[in-house]
Design a binder for this molecule. Structure first.
Ligand code: GDP
Ligand code: MN
Length: 350
């Protein structure tokens, strides 16, 4: 080896750090999913480097990268080098990405102009709407994802701030969880003017998809009359694709799709996924991952519960934490689930 050759000449060319090796135990049928453009390379490298460092070098879950255009050689090379895990790069079919022909473009344009006038971010962008619709209704149908059940969504330019000592996919599987999040917050109402009315039409038609122990009271303060704008921030998701592929969500997405609100308004995949999870799942199947320190600018979730911050050797500052700031819905979630804004303490020593 180069190491042995160098040592035989009396010097050590580089410090060899111990290889902690792969975590024992089984793996879930899971993958990371990253939607990105070629121009997102630097930010994607940053996100994957964090993920490998904090978790995946010990687990080697595969990665699936998706793009509406082919990834270039530089992107593929710079990304593949960062991990020993399997990495696949896919192109999104046009029908899963582009604005459908039946959407009335002059109407869509007029509403885009209105949203710009309201000062709403991405108000003008058709590409952003394509992305939101794709993440809402199509990513889990991509051919490269068919072999997987679980996914962890990653975006360019995010940070994972803490070591993970438990496999969140296996946790989800073993604890009968379906949807996992770290940050929840308030949506811009201008982007979803008719979404809640559409949801109410759907649930009136399909009451069989709404279990009695749902999370309606997390997303509505008046028993379902109105949406309180609380949703899970879907740039981070650990979830079960079989839920999106199943009958309730399939019917729900189809119902939303034909309303055209992904283009006439700017329905985000975050409120769409969140409302579906809140209404079509028993509340115990939604999980808040306190121990996963996560930053998507401008917000950070830094572990607060028990010893999670120390145990994870986190690089975030727990005082700079969005959890209970203005605009966060975590207080509501905690009250809804635990009857208090503090998560139950853990009992492990630091
Ligand atoms: P934000 O988090 O809502 O501000 O939106 P982002 O700009 O981060 O986009 C969300 C995700 O979609 C990220 O993973 C982006 O890389 C990806 N994305 C957004 N627009 C496009 C696009 O036009 N093409 C591709 N391939 N990915 C996109
Ligand atoms: Mn983002």
């Amino acid at each position: 080896t180069p190491q042995a050759a160098a040592e035989s000449q009396g010097f050590t060319p580089y410090l060899q750090l111990p290889n902690y090796g792969l975590a024992p135990g089984r793996r879930a049928n899971a993958t990371f999913v990253i939607l990105a453009r070629n121009s997102d390379l630097a930010g994607t490298v940053q996100s994957i480097r964090d993920m490998e460092d904090r978790f995946n070098r010990h687990y080697q879950y595969p990665y699936v990268f998706l793009n509406d255009e082919p990834f270039d050689d530089k992107f593929k090379e710079h990304i593949s080098m960062l991990t020993d895990a399997k990495v696949e790069f896919g192109v999104i079919p046009k029908e899963h990405w582009q604005q459908p022909d039946w959407v009335d473009e002059p109407t869509a344009e007029a509403w885009r102009d209105w949203l710009v006038g309201e000062g709403i971010i991405y108000g003008e962008s058709v590409a952003y709407r394509n992305m939101c619709r794709f993440n809402s209704g199509f990513f889990f149908h991509h051919p490269l994802l068919q072999k997987y059940r679980w996914y962890w969504r990653i975006e360019p330019d995010v940070r994972f701030h803490c070591d993970l000592h438990e496999d969140p996919f296996v946790f989800m599987e073993d604890n009968n969880k379906t949807y996992g999040f770290t940050i929840s917050l308030i949506e811009f109402p201008e982007t979803i003017r008719t979404l809640w009315d559409t949801v109410r039409e759907f649930t009136a038609l399909y009451p069989e998809y709404v279990p009695y122990d749902n999370s309606l009271d997390f997303v509505s303060d008046d028993g379902g009359e109105t949406f309180n704008m609380c949703h899970f921030w879907s740039n981070f998701e650990i979830a079960d694709m079989d839920f999106w592929r199943g009958p309730a969500y399939t019917a729900f997405f189809q119902y939303l799709e034909v309303k055209g609100g992904f283009y006439y308004e700017r329905w985000g995949d975050a409120p769409v996924h969140s409302i579906a999870a809140a209404l079509f799942l028993p509340k115990d199947q939604i999980h808040f991952f306190d121990e996963i320190g996560y930053e998507h600018p401008p917000f950070t979730h830094c572990p607060k519960s028990g010893n999670n911050w120390k145990k994870g050797r986190c690089t975030c500052d727990p005082e700079n934490n969005f959890d209970f700031n203005e605009g966060s819905c975590l207080d509501r979630w905690s009250m809804f689930m635990n009857g208090s804004i503090y998560a139950p303490p853990t009992l492990e020593p630091a």
